[in-house]
Design a protein around this ligand. Structure first.
Ligand code: NAD
Length: 479
């Protein structure tokens, strides 16, 4: 049954968007009917339309960024970088398609051509998260369209305005209305879409909880492609370094950018005990100075609110639970202003806590763990079912080698934040962070399947072995 969906600006509580949830059957049917024509269009034409899309978005950068900032609460400067990522995704995806899934001639037997080509899957559903409501679904949609798929996209129910705007840009660029369909709604609509018999696959970015449910749902459908981009419980190790300030800045960026609402955000700081007082003191000092404010406020804030009041309340509850189980507060996670979901960044030492929960706390909360030696640091970093990103700050080249070799994560950095990954590289994780279908540059891989063909101009063949001698017909002599 259709119902009303409303999006409120987290920073002000003002209503931003109001509309109806969508009928999934209708939208999937439209995409299904449009798919053959889109798939049959020359690649150059599909690319041309998608380049026009990029130009439209570029021309509209300020307006699009404004909507994203209002709807997510992220600072305007950050929303602008999200729009830039949407634009840049187009060139990157054109390159990735050519590099990873283009046509190729392979070596074959003499006289035989062996051709490698790729085909689109058909109609792909895309489910998006709220934290990067344009960049991340676009990261699936652009490569899927280039490959010749039709799309049914459901944005997060917390960011319908951004989702609607994104789809509008595709249509204004001349991508057929029915080749990209928008479905508005919450988890129930998501379920109706992901279980729809007429989709050929699902490209998902969101929480591990939802991803696991989807994985279960697709377990008896090996014929459908399923790409899962999920969360993390990411570690950042701080080891010997003379530049304590830079180390602290990298930790702050990793933990608190986007108010900690990044899948790659550092959740756990693993720090050498001899460095602890100085480094954690510096991290706290900088965290105390971070400006938290409305997306459009001046001077520009470092971070805005979290997405809504429920998320805010749950984070505070999780923080109190850590404290009640032995966590020692270094800087309290607090509601900055009653009634609005602004949080001050929290830092808590959980070294002495038994059974630390291995869950993703998706907000500005950093847990600190003291360790005596580098081996313990690596064990602690890997002490998670997730495996998205991990960073080492400081240490020697040999220690970085050891960290790199032993880290279980898809992104392993040295003296760089855990977040801020490049779209020109593959992006994905192991463990509960993904199902080995990395996105970004490697998204091309899950948007098409390879077809190999051995080809000869004429049928010419002979069996050289395993044949009985040809029977010679007996000659009958007439008497
Ligand atoms: P979410 O899992 O709650 O929702 C994601 C999408 O799935 C939404 O569109 C939602 O409506 C839909 N959905 C929810 N339950 C569903 C169900 N049972 N069946 C079908 N659809 C359903 O995620 P979120 O809270 O919007 O986003 C934050 C999460 O996304 C965090 O865990 C974060 O780490 C993760 N994330 C991962 C990446 C990545 O690339 N690995 C990037 C950004 C965010």
């Amino acid at each position: 049954m259709l119902s009303e969906l409303i999006s409120y600006e987290p920073a002000t509580g003002a209503e931003l968007w109001r509309g109806q949830t969508s009928d999934v059957d209708t939208e999937v049917a439209k995409a299904r009917s449009a798919w053959p024509k889109w798939a049959a269009a020359p690649l150059s034409e599909r690319i041309e339309r998608i380049r026009i899309f990029a130009n439209r978005v570029r021309a509209d950068l300020e307006q699009f960024a404004d909507t994203i900032a209002r709807e997510t609460g992220k600072p305007l400067w950050e929303a602008r970088t999200e729009v830039e990522s949407v634009v840049n995704k187009v060139d990157i995806s054109v390159r990735a398609y050519a590099d990873r899934t283009s046509q190729r001639r392979l070596d074959g037997k003499i006289g035989t051509r062996t051709a490698l080509r790729h085909k689109p899957h058909g109609v792909l559903a895309v489910l998006g998260p709220y934290n990067f409501p344009a960049h991340l679904p676009n990261g699936h949609i652009v490569p899927a369209l280039i490959a010749g798929n039709a799309i049914v996209f459901k944005p997060s129910e917390k960011t319908p305005a951004t989702g609607a705007m994104l789809v509008d840009y595709y249509h204004k660029a001349g991508i057929p209305q029915d080749a990209v369909r928008l479905v508005q709604g919450g988890p129930d609509t998501g379920k109706a879409l992901s279980t729809h018999p007429d989709i050929d696959g699902l490209l998902f970015t969101g929480s591990a909880q939802t991803g696991i449910a989807l994985n279960r749902q697709f377990a008896h459908r090996p014929d459908k492609i399923l790409a899962l981009e999920m969360g993390g419980n990411n570690p950042i190790i701080a080891w010997d370094t003379r530049d304590i300030h830079s180390a602290a800045v990298l930790i702050i960026q990793s933990a608190f950018l986007s108010a900690g609402q990044r899948c790659t955000a550092a959740r756990r700081l693993v720090v050498r005990d001899t460095l602890y007082d100085q480094l954690v003191g510096e991290v706290k000092k900088i965290a105390d100075r971070l400006i938290i404010g409305d997306p459009h406020s001046e001077p520009p804030p470092f971070m805005g609110p979290v997405i809504d009041k429920d998320v805010c309340d749950n984070l505070i509850e999780s923080y109190l639970a850590l404290m009640s189980r032995g966590g020692r507060p270094i800087k309290h996670l607090k509601v900055a202003e009653q009634g609005r979901p602004f949080l001050t960044p929290g830092i808590i030492d959980v070294t002495d806590m038994d059974d630390r929960p291995d869950i993703e706390l998706f907000g500005p909360l950093l847990q600190v763990i003291r360790v005596p030696d580098f081996t313990s640091a690596i064990i602690e970093a890997n002490n998670t079912r997730f495996g998205l990103s991990a960073s080492l700050i400081g240490g020697t080249p040999e220690q970085y080698d050891e960290f790199w070799a032993n880290s279980r994560a898809g992104i392993v950095n040295w003296n760089a934040p855990t977040n801020g990954a490049s779209s020109s590289a593959p992006f994905g994780g192991v463990g509960l962070s993904g199902n080995h279908r990395p996105s970004a540059y490697y998204a091309a891989d899950y948007c098409a399947y390879p077809v190999v063909s051995s080809e000869n101009d004429v049928p010419k063949a002979m069996l050289g072995i395993g044949l009985k001698d040809e029977e010679v017909a007996p000659v009958l002599i007439e008497e």
